[in-house]
Design a protein around this ligand. Structure first.
Ligand code: AHR
Length: 511
């Protein structure tokens, strides 16, 4: 009891009602696919140029072949399972053949979606796939369907995957890469209903069938995993049309995009938000559960065995750009609001592991809800980075089904569940539990009943901050960082703790 009081005093808050959770630790569910923890790198603002790639001749920022060493190290430590590239909207304008061969000879292009800037194509296919090898991530290539051709995309597959003998594999070898990369994950266009070509679902379903037909599984290790451009938010009709009209043997996954945005007209500030704006962000983030449930229900109708995955390949908080930055560059700060959006969303993904088998946070560096921000030679890790890192224990572990009763976070007559959670069992039999409290001001007492097995020890980590708007800056990059958490008490299969307002906790219980 003394412990609970001291936590409450530390948080300067009063505790709300109790959260009651039961985990049946002997009844594990599906595997939480590690690809749920994927990231996204688009040619947008300073994500690629400046954030990841600074050029081979840069002597100020340590790099190998132009790719920043600090960013590579941070992404390696994050255990990024896959990285999506080159977009986003950019993908449907990208001519991959302009990004191979001697850099001095590459044609320039204008990035029409993002700031109208001219790019020199110095970061291309080899650079991206080398980056993935360096960070240990699987590449996820998004093909150009909106303004490309079937031949371009089938050539790209051949260029990166054909072991030898095809015109494209010979071109790859001429460009310095002998072995194929065996890229498995492929997006067939992006947001085909919008920036990817403003297509109808019926039209796109036909186009998908055509493109997918010519994306060949070469006789090597790369069995292609083709993902259809999916719906946004609650556009269930889009998913239904794809599931009905595309033969499932040519469809590994259907995408879904959902951003936590206040309104597309005015997205609000990334740091100096009001409680009303914070509450709306939480409403939007919580809706991910409703959208996944809705799309999964339709998928269940056409695919009861759940062979086709739901891939949430764009998600995250989206705010107004930082004052003084290019509006087309989508550069925003990252506070404890973003940390709890990440914790809440990852809990939702984990608990839907039967259907959600991939996801990509938008975006990895300097764009939207980034895990990394850079400024010339400086780099910082955001609160979102820390949450993604705390949660990576769930990658490929077995989901432990949850039963949860959460107190409410109430604001002006509206209410959301304050505490969310998910858990998994790893290969050693340890249970990893994640908890997120989105409440703006109240800590909550949590009581967890661990049924089915006996556990002896608990350890933990916490991401919390004195103020909800706290964030890391280049001057103070450690302001929000992971601390060890010894506040959970385990007694006879019952875990008790208090989770401070706007914080994220992970616990490990072992026998
Ligand atoms: O992530 C930014 C943009 O959001 C992507 O390019 C697009 O797919 C989505 O609309």
């Amino acid at each position: 009891m003394r412990f609970f009081l001291s936590v409450l005093l530390f948080a300067g808050l009063t505790a709300g009602a109790q959260t009651k959770i039961t985990f049946n630790t002997d009844l594990t569910g599906p595997r939480i696919n590690k690809h749920i923890y994927g990231h996204f790198a688009e040619h947008l603002g300073k994500c690629i140029y400046g954030g990841i790639y600074v050029g081979e001749n840069n002597t100020k920022i340590p790099n190998v072949q132009g790719i920043r060493n600090d960013v590579v190290q941070a992404l390696k430590e994050l255990k990024v399972p896959n990285l999506r590239w080159p977009g986003g909207c950019f993908a449907d304008t990208y001519q991959w053949k302009d990004g191979i061969g001697p850099k001095a000879d590459r044609p320039k292009m204008v990035n029409v979606w993002w700031g109208g800037v001219t790019e020199d194509n110095s970061f291309g296919t080899h650079d991206f796939l080398d980056l993935c090898e360096r960070i240990g991530a699987e590449p996820y290539l998004a093909g150009n369907v909106g303004s490309g051709t079937v031949k371009d995309l089938s050539d790209w597959v051949s260029y990166v995957n054909n072991p030898g003998g095809s015109p494209m594999s010979e071109l790859r070898k001429k460009n310095g890469r002998e072995k194929p990369w065996n890229v498995k994950l492929w997006g067939v266009g992006n947001e085909a209903w919008g920036c990817g070509g403003n297509m109808t679902a019926e039209y796109y379903a036909n186009i998908y069938r055509q493109y997918a037909t010519f994306m060949t599984d070469w006789d090597n290790n790369a069995k292609l995993y083709k993902i259809a451009s999916g719906a946004t938010d609650g556009d269930y009709g889009w998913t239904e049309t794809l599931m009905k009209n595309i033969p499932h043997k040519m469809l590994a996954g259907v995408a879904l995009h959902h951003y936590s945005v206040l309104s597309w007209e005015d997205k609000g500030p990334s740091v100096d938000f009001t409680e009303a704006q914070y509450f709306k962000s939480m409403q939007e983030a919580s809706q991910m559960d409703e959208f996944i449930t809705g799309h999964s229900t339709i998928m269940d109708k056409y695919d009861p065995e759940k062979k086709v995955a739901l891939i949430v390949d764009e998600w995250g908080g989206w705010y107004n750009v930082e004052p003084g930055t290019n509006p087309g560059f989508l550069y925003q700060q990252n506070t404890m609001r973003d940390a709890v959006i990440a914790g809440l969303t990852l809990n939702i993904f984990n608990n839907h592991a039967d259907r959600v088998r991939g996801a990509n946070l938008a975006q990895v560096v300097n764009v939207l809800q980034s895990v990394i921000l850079t400024n010339e030679e400086k780099m910082l890790l955001t609160p979102t980075y820390h949450v993604m890192k705390m949660y990576n224990v769930h990658q490929d572990a077995a989901l432990v089904p949850i039963n949860i009763e959460s107190p409410l976070y109430e604001f002006q007559g509206k209410a959301l569940k304050a505490v969310s959670s998910s858990a998994s069992k790893d290969e050693s039999g340890a249970i990893n539990i994640s908890l997120t409290n989105i409440d703006y001001s109240k800590a909550h007492e949590v009581v967890i009943n661990l049924r089915g097995e006996s556990f002896a020890r608990v350890s933990g980590q916490i991401l919390s901050a004195a103020k909800i708007r706290d964030h890391n800056t280049f001057e103070n990059p450690q302001k929000v960082s992971i601390k060890s958490f010894s506040g959970a008490v385990l007694d006879k299969g019952i875990l008790k703790l208090v989770i401070p307002a706007y914080s994220v906790i992970t616990l490990k219980v072992t026998k």
